[in-house]
Design a protein. Structure first.
Length: 314
């Protein structure tokens, strides 16, 4: 959809939130899977650009809030291998990262889900889309059982960790939906999930965005330092990462941002901010609907790598 629904650019949120923001009826949204070919998705080419830019790892999103899975999961039929693509994109990226000497992290939307009927519900409208079909689809009241959803989440995450190797880490998102629940962090079973993840591969790192359990291997902060919304927790025993995006208004690709993506000078400034903490910089690129990386971002990343190499050689 690339940020547009019924001819209207949905500026209410990032393009990746269009299912909720438009909102898009679930049957209409799910039909997009029938046209998903990933024809221009090339894990090796993306890894080539990452290496050229001086990156050390990639963080792939196998499943975002919409619930569509980019691997051949046994837990859901809403997946890339059931689409015209007929491809396990997670397998492709894990393999490509390994062959390029890059770590492969996997993002997983743990606390926010617009597909599963028992997904987190804390009464806030941001939790679930509210089309007429959604009001019937999502469970409420006595019919609602969060643990059914959390069992599903655990099955998916552990499946990723035991099917694909090597994985550098798991990056959990969406925990904020639990904050308005009574004993929400405990109810999320996040601490238990992190422990189980660590038991699957000896090298694997675990983080929850902004830090939730206190046992994270590194703190992952979303745009916060760049936007002045907060400061990293002072913990000398923790590593830090800032995540931000090359598009100015969205994490997912928004067509109306073409020609407005962040430039080389902006990226170099973010690297300076990260180095001063010190922290890693996780720089998001939202692929187009065909799986390709926007060309203006490829140009920027290559120039970033050129500048970094020139600086190192000086």
């Amino acid at each position: 959809m690339e940020g547009v629904h019924n001819g209207v650019d949905v500026m209410r949120s990032g393009a990746e939130w269009i299912r909720w923001a438009a909102p898009v009826r679930p049957r209409e949204y799910n039909k997009l899977a029938e046209a998903f070919t990933a024809e221009a998705s090339d894990a090796d080419a993306i890894c080539d650009v990452a290496v050229e830019a001086g990156m050390r790892y990639i963080n792939l999103t196998p499943r975002h809030h919409d619930g569509f899975c980019l691997w051949d999961t046994a837990t859901s039929a809403f997946k890339s291998t059931n689409s015209p693509a007929r491809r396990d994109l997670v397998a492709e990226f894990v393999g490509a990262c390994d062959s390029h000497g890059l770590g492969c992290f996997l993002y997983y939307s743990h606390g926010r889900d617009w597909w599963h009927p028992h997904s987190p519900d804390n009464g806030r409208p941001s939790c679930r889309p509210d089309t007429p079909e959604d009001l019937v689809h999502f469970k409420t009241g006595d019919a609602y059982d969060l643990n059914i959803y959390l069992d599903f989440v655990e099955a998916q995450v552990i499946e990723l960790c035991t099917t694909y190797s090597p994985i550098a880490g798991i990056w959990l998102d969406g925990i904020g939906e639990f904050y308005n629940m009574e004993n929400g962090v405990q109810a999320s079973r996040c601490l238990e999930l992190c422990d189980k993840i660590r038991g699957t591969q000896p090298q694997i790192l675990v983080s929850t965005k902004d830090g939730v359990t206190g046992t994270e291997d590194f703190f992952a902060l979303e745009r916060k330092l760049r936007q002045g919304k907060g400061r990293a927790p002072a913990d000398p025993d923790k590593h830090y990462e800032i995540c931000t995006a090359l598009q100015p208004t969205s994490w997912g690709y928004r067509a109306s941002d073409d020609g407005k993506h962040q430039d080389v000078d902006w990226v170099m400034a973010q690297l300076d901010v990260a180095a001063a903490i010190p922290a890693n910089l996780l720089l998001n690129s939202g692929p187009k609907g065909d799986g390709s990386i926007p060309e203006e971002e490829v140009v920027t990343l290559r120039e970033v790598g050129r500048r970094l190499r020139a600086s190192a050689a000086a």
